[in-house]
Design a protein around this ligand. Sequence first.
Ligand code: NFE
Ligand code: MG
Length: 573
Amino acid sequence: MTERIVVDPVTRIEGHLRIEVDVDDSGVIQEAFSSGTAVRGIELIVRDRDPRDVWAYVQRICGVCTTTHALASIRSVEDALDIKIPRNAHLIRDIMNAAVFLHDHVVHFYHLHAFDWVDVLSALKADPNETSRIAQSLSSWPKSSPGYFKDIQMKVQKVVDSGQLGIFANGYWGHKAYKLPPEVNLLAVAHYLEALDWQKEIVKIHTIFGGKNPHPHYVVGGMATPIDINSDNAIHAERLMHVSQIIDQAVEFVNNVYIPDLLAIGSFYKDWTYGGGLNNYLCYGDFSTGDIRDVHLYRFPRGVILNGNFNEVLDVDPKDPEQVKEFIDHSWYTYDGKEGGVGKHPWEGETSLRYTGPKPPFKTLNTDEKYSWLKSPRWKEHPMETGPLARMLVGYALKKDEFVGLIDDTLKKLNWPLEAMRSALGRTVARGLESILVAKWMRDDMDALLANIRNGNQITFDRTKWEPSTWPKKAKGVGWMEAPRGALGHWIEIEDGKTKNYQAVVPTTWNASPRDHKGQIGAYEASLKGTPLLDKEKPLEILRIVHSFDPCLACAVHLTDLESKQTTHIRIG
Ligand code: NFE
Ligand code: MG
């Protein structure tokens, strides 16, 4: 006998996700189903628009991985029109992307995921002296006195006494799956609050280089970042120094707060190695030290690991019509009026909605049929995990020094075999480890930018191919990148100076996808299978595993409609 358990909505994520699982009598998950429950239409409006404007529209796909869709979009246009950008523009874009990575990863760890491991209420029982001793043994971060932690504890006590838990509401506090001693819980709660302050600093990199956050400004052909160290009306020396300081603070926060906390918390959970998933990993690669088209210069390497075979990293080509395809056999769409059976490469992509699920109110989805607004992207018809774990493992399999050093060192600290990385905690650890790399690359890129400027090169834009009269009549391009949650691709078709077709296949669509034409499950679904739940009424383990991917359903569900002018009419009031 199995019983269906439904978690809807999953909270502390972006967007609308529903998880249904079948558990057996002993509480072990036998089958899992991941469903995106809302649909949105942002890609629709870019059709027939000037390709130079598209980034500004599609950037609104999401406000969390803000800028990623703008960057993927301008890369797709530059790829289609063979536009080369100045080195400074490339550096600024990578610094801004690095800022998104660090912002997203720190916010994810403390604000979206930590409470799957950290029990806030237990922190009230902690001895602040002991928390202070632990903090000082972990790093040189200055905020670590007994008085500091005593104050934090009193702050939390006040919140609890008020009866309104606010940001700490709706946790499964007291759940048996929590393993941290009260003192480590208190440390984590203190840094939860510090990280809230820190995250508003790092986004200033976007406001300086891109004018605002979220959704900073970009331009096809470079960056709309006027650098002139001697002008009050431009990004001058003082502004550049401000960015430089924020980067130093970010490096420090990652290395002295985030990573020590991650490993300290991880060490109490290192035997909880559920949540592994597919064992297939996909990366497009990014953060090139030279031209973005030269994949050999990527610091995040490109490649696929299939069936956990680390001895062979397979080549990836987002332009090959046989590699990346989206299937709709369990998604509420049709292809050419039919229900599925075939996949479409994004350049041939079609998004026609047809909801065939139950009418609300309903208890469970009919998961034998279609059950999600997400399509199922597949690589050579294989389901893939994308994101931090994929990036760290592909780098490791390619024997890249930075990746091998960090992973081996961490495995030693946690007394883990490599296979243990294939788990929810491993994914969370991988996100921290790649933050160390990204923070370092951000510092290196800023130094390179400052050196160029010092040498008199302040150029951030190339106007050679700005005018549509210089463009071919027809062109196609792909903008690929690594976003915080994984491999992101935007595919554009340009005709007569206008956008003819546009498709985005985003990280969360890969990871949260439903079953495909062969019945193959997606990464979330695979990662949940086999996990025991201690308490079916409080499925903390489901949250722990699903959160380890950092879901963003807003990104994952979006649509382009090639035929009809209007998809839905909503009347309010
Ligand atoms: Ni909306 Fe996103 C990231 C993109 S989606 S957060 O990172 O691209 O998974
Ligand atoms: Mg799409």
